[in-house]
Design a protein around this ligand. Sequence first.
Ligand SMILES: [Zn+2]
Ligand SMILES: [Zn+2]
Length: 644
Amino acid sequence: MITITFPDGKQRQYEAGTTGYQIAESISPRLVSEVLAVSVNDKTMDLQIPIRENATVKFYKWEDEQGKQVFWHSSSHLMAEALEILYPGVKFGIGPAIENGFYYDVDLGGRALVEADLAAIEQKMLEMARSKQPFVRREVSKEQAMKTYLDKGDPYKCELIGDLEDGTISFYTNGSFTDLCRGPHIPDTSVVKAIKLTSIAGAYWRGDEKRQMLTRIYGITFPKKSMLDEYVAMMEEAKKRDHRKLGKDLELFTFSARVGQGLPLWLPRGAALRERLENFLKGVQKAYGYQQVITPHIGQKELYVTSGHYAKYGADSFKPIKTPQEGEEFLLKPMNCPHHCEIYKSKPRSYKDMPVRLAEFGTVYRYEQSGELHGLTRVRGFTQDYAHIFCRPDQIKEEFCKVIDIVLYIFKTLSFNEFTAQVSLRDPKDRNKYIGSDENWEKAEAAIIEAAAEKGLKTVVVQGEAAFYGPKLDFMVRDAIGRKWQLGTIQVDYNLPERFELEYIGADDKRYRPVMIHRAPFGSMERFVAVLLEHTGGKFPLWLAPEQVVVLPVSEKFNDFAKKVCDFLNNSELRASLDDRNETIGKRIRENELKRIPYLLVVGEKEEMAGTVSVRKQGEGDKGSMTKEEFVAFINNEVKHLTN
Ligand SMILES: [Zn+2]
Ligand SMILES: [Zn+2]
């Protein structure tokens, strides 16, 4: 008999060799109908695999991220089967699950797929899903595996097998299709009820541009038809909110091939927005004891050799800049941290000075592959909102608590109401790849977990996700249409203080190493503006909107009065403009509403006589008449309410 322990701590006895599926059956028919995979001692497995020893068991359903991943990966096999039936001789690369769905890279022998083909593949997949094909696992020797694919004539699979160790290779068969795969998979295909193949792209075999270009087919599947309908509606909405489209419509930023790919140009309205965001963050940071610093865009190559960034970015990014001075080389800065270490070192520090919190909106440059560039979310030059906290080891927890407070305040002010946090710890099985002492790691890991708990964060703890130089806490926000974005990082670092030999003098007059914490609530201004655009659909909160008010005279006769109102608003610290173009009032109202202007003030004869303005609010319509003074007070009150 073996003892199975469940997540709630309850234990039950089973015959050795009982499968996850049988355990689920022993619990409830409902669980059997929902379970997709099982975790046995933290390893996700097929439900059919016999469990032979005492184990902790957790069942994964669709609601679990792991459940979705198994569901989607299994769907990629289903798609491969359909492809093999529809396009005999097709060769297969890899078919993983991704964040939303799955893909398979295939070689169709030069045949180009079109949209109509995707519909036919979906149909075939649905047909086979309904026939309830089980996923059957078979372990094979390397020799057998190789022979199978040599006979089949699939060079990609042969190459993959070549890299595998004998004794670890398995095949999975569903219906007429067999694939090289380590699993796990869903028990059978019948749970796949709705299928959408979303796009086709080119992808180099193994990401190597010198190798064969394969066809990557993306898809997503669901256990219910209604979920697919919701997903399709969400994607439609996402298209409307695409920050690249909104950035253009709202005249926030642009790109120029002449300036260079991935180097955004901020237009006046975008720059105004960004300035406001920076000021907002500076204000919060000041309240939390940060000091603003400014550092240059380049530094000597040696600086980054010392920091280790040269080893990381040197070969694959912008190359060093040479000068007329023989042997002198500078690097465009890929990170601000080394500069801040030198600022820390610019004078002796005592334990009483700690923590030292240095903040900068520092622009950094990294050479991203041109295929990876995407609007403002993947760029080659961007401005980080990183700050660095240099503190004593006993201050880590308190500093984490403070940074969490800042992040939560920012999320609240910008209406990111749903978020989770992830604590990334060391891989307990491979401690050699991390820098720093065990003792330091344990202390910092405990401090982060405690700080997150104290602040009441919904947290997942993931082992093995930490950077080599320290554990971290990341925030994941859910936007207005349910998409997840990673925002906000707080990272402990034992490495740079060591490399830069940073010190402070303790109460006992001895020298100590400070701990460095890198933190960025936004990540970068570019990425954050992109996320904010997609979250708000361009309807920025009033305090942030580049243009808060547009004044619209109903006809030419009232242009002078409208201008006076507009000047008054600007003199009252609001951001207002005048739209006295020779167009109908209806057309001007519509156009300004499309630009997401929060308030439109319409003035005509009645208003001029009474010395008032007629107020329209974005999305809400008529708000009645007010004097211009009343309107300013009204706006200020709303801003105060939003930012407190
Ligand atoms: Zn598989
Ligand atoms: Zn840093």
